[in-house]
Design a protein around this ligand. Structure first.
Ligand code: GLN
Length: 463
């Protein structure tokens, strides 16, 4: 197939199902076809091309794309057309991947259901009465609905892995620093990582390979060579990858609080792995009991600081007060009141409180200590196991509205298994592990920092 044919087929599919799925905020058909035509021209001329040139991709609408609206799922950026490219978009463009569009997300990536988007709900292609997960719900749904072969998402506390789990796809949160954050709208900078969503481990590795690499524009970007993720996945898929591999079941991330169907699917995935020669051990990470609390202090603290830039002055929405004087302060207040949704406001307020004088040590300071303990627990656990495993989320995809999302605390609890990896900066992967009552269950693998290739090798073996 030519790149143009492949791209057209995906655009047709988008047209066919978008009315129901709503995975996209913006579809960029012309941009995609122009890239595809360029790839076909180069191929015909015998020019050098990236091996994946012509395979279309989508980017979460948190990735800055020059000339293409970038909303972060928020009214405050609804009409913002950026003047530059985020590194990850620049990299997929350079590899010749046609951009099909920008996918839906919870506003500023805050949420677990994509219901906090200012651009409507995305549905779960497995059951359209259920959420696709979040915040990269559009990314995951676009892959699950065959609108895109793979997709770029972001994961601050599980936002790639949990929607992957809910939609039966593969989602990876790379080691912190593996993929550049330059030109990715910041949520909580010490936790944010860009990662791939795909329909197989090999496809995820291929996209990660394109995204990763040192970037001088991101001060936390890792130096050095990018490991060969694709070769690791191919090796894992060729058999025998589980022989003698120690899978550490994290005591704190299994059992109580997990739906029966989720636990059952997780256990049968472990049995299958054992049948292929894996050794199942149990590991204890006591401080994970405090990880969720630490995350919900550190994350909003960073959010409150990162979102201070949306002030109605520099870019994005500007709203003037209905009455009274027009000053910097009143414009800022009116803009933020109109532009931010309830969840974003809640987190800004929580973060501002946690960082305020007199509370800083009690809240932010204690949370940072927990973060260190989580890192130590993981380091100790990785002495006993090659990868750590758990269900990705305590439940399968839930219904819209009342079932969960109306209660912020209930929604936050769903992140219990994914956030420890962000606190520790280690890589994590969610793989499909069968169904519970017709809905996909996710199986999570965690590896030590910089060992992303291990996830691809073992993940491909488990797949
Ligand atoms: N669900 C988590 C939250 O609401 C994670 C979000 C994310 O990873 N971007 O904060």
């Amino acid at each position: 197939f030519s790149a143009t044919e492949v791209t057209r087929a995906h655009l047709d599919r988008i047209e066919q199902v978008e009315g129901t799925v709503n995975a996209f905020i913006t579809v960029t058909g012309d941009v995609a076809l122009a890239t595809a035509a360029e790839v076909d021209r180069k191929r015909a001329a015998g020019e050098d091309l990236h091996p994946f040139a012509g395979v279309p991709v989508t980017h979460k609408d948190l990735v800055v794309t020059s000339g293409i609206t970038t909303t972060a799922g928020s009214k405050i950026l609804a009409d913002w057309v950026p003047p530059y490219d985020g590194t990850v978009y620049r990299r997929t463009k350079a590899a010749g991947l046609p951009l099909l569009g920008k996918t839906n997300l919870d506003e500023f990536a805050m949420g677990s259901s994509t219901e906090h988007s200012a651009f409507g709900n995305t549905t779960n292609p497995w059951d359209t009465t259920k959420v696709p997960g979040g915040s990269s719900g559009g990314a995951a749904a676009s892959v699950a609905a065959f609108e895109s072969p793979f997709s770029v998402g972001t994961d601050t506390g599980g936002s790639v892995r949990q929607p992957a789990a809910f939609t039966g796809t593969v989602g990876v949160k790379p080691t912190y620093g593996s993929v550049s954050r330059y030109g990715v709208i910041a949520m909580a900078s010490s936790l944010d990582q860009v990662g791939p969503v795909a329909r197989s481990v090999i496809d995820a590795a291929a996209l990660h390979q394109i995204l990763a690499g040192h970037d001088p524009h991101d001060s936390t970007s890792l130096p050095g060579e990018v490991p060969d993720f694709l070769a690791a996945a191919q090796q894992g898929a060729s058999g025998g990858a589980l022989e003698g591999v120690r899978l550490g079941v994290v005591k704190q991330l299994a059992g109580e609080g997990y739906e029966d169907g989720v636990s059952a699917a997780f256990r049968s995935a472990l049995d299958l792995a054992a049948a292929q020669g894996a050794e199942i051990v149990e590991v204890d990470c006591p401080s994970l009991g405090y990880a969720l609390d630490a995350y919900y202090l550190i994350m909003p603290s960073e959010v409150s600081s990162n979102l201070a830039r949306y002030d109605g002055m520099r870019f994005g929405l500007r709203v003037e007060p209905e009455d009274g004087p027009v000053t910097a302060e009143t414009v800022m207040a009116a803009t933020r009141a109109a532009g931010f949704g309830a969840e974003v406001k809640r987190r800004i307020i929580l973060g501002t409180y946690a960082l305020s004088a007199g509370y800083y040590d009690a809240y932010y300071g204690s949370a940072q200590k927990v973060r260190t303990l989580v890192q130590r627990d993981f380091a100790a656990a990785f002495e006993q196991a090659d990868v750590l495993v758990s269900p990705t989320a305590p439940t399968t995809a839930f219904g819209f509205g009342a079932e969960k999302s109306s209660d912020p605390m209930a929604l936050y609890l769903g992140d219990v298994a994914t956030i420890p990896a962000n606190l520790a900066g280690i890589p994590g992967m969610s793989l499909p592990a069968g169904l519970s009552e017709g809905l996909p269950v996710g199986f999570q693998l965690l590896a030590p920092a910089h060992e992303d290739a291990r996830l691809y090798r073992i993940g491909a073996g488990l797949e």
